[in-house]
Write a protein of this length. Sequence first.
Length: 224
Amino acid sequence: MRHADYGSIHTTGSHGPARVDGESAICLVGLQMKILVQRAAEMNFKTFHRWILISLAVVLISVPAFGQVTVILSRHAEKAATPPKDPPLSEAGKQRAKLLASMLADSGVEAIYVTEFQRTQLTAAPLAARVHVPPTVLSDTQRLIKAIRARQSGVVVVVGHSNTLPAIIEGLGGPKVDIADPEYNNLFVLTVGASQSSLLRLHYGDSTPVPSPSGNMMPGAPPK
């Protein structure tokens, strides 16, 4: 049975307790409420109550700050089986891309970064169309990290891969994270400051792991 994850949040900070600036908090509450409206019919009272508490908690722990960049990172959505070298999105992936666009449409996105692979570009396309921000193709992790650190503020979206996002997060001062190959529902919100970065990990949309073509979960280091 396929199921949805209504936004589990894991908060970690690379230097002491995690803190979230006001801009990030507003963005996060917006993400939570958008999914809440879209999924309300599927929720029981307990789930609805948990969502409200999560949203309020994000606001209450917020510490307004200036000179910070909010980086929203997502793996590309589910990919088709063929062609193997550069597959497009599957039908499930197209739906996830639309959901991502709906969630982030009002978050003030100023820049979108993708890689040379069409699955990242197709994942970002609905969002890019809604916010009128053309994606920038930048596959080199170190160049991407430098480009983000050069910004003084604002909201940046990065659509990458299961084996590139962890390095980007860590390179921006965040903690180490792992993304299993069958997982496509992770959404990371990284607040990058001059001296501290903090990370919130959310899950959105369908959380059913996607099996490999053989029907088994793919072990070991995840491919792109």
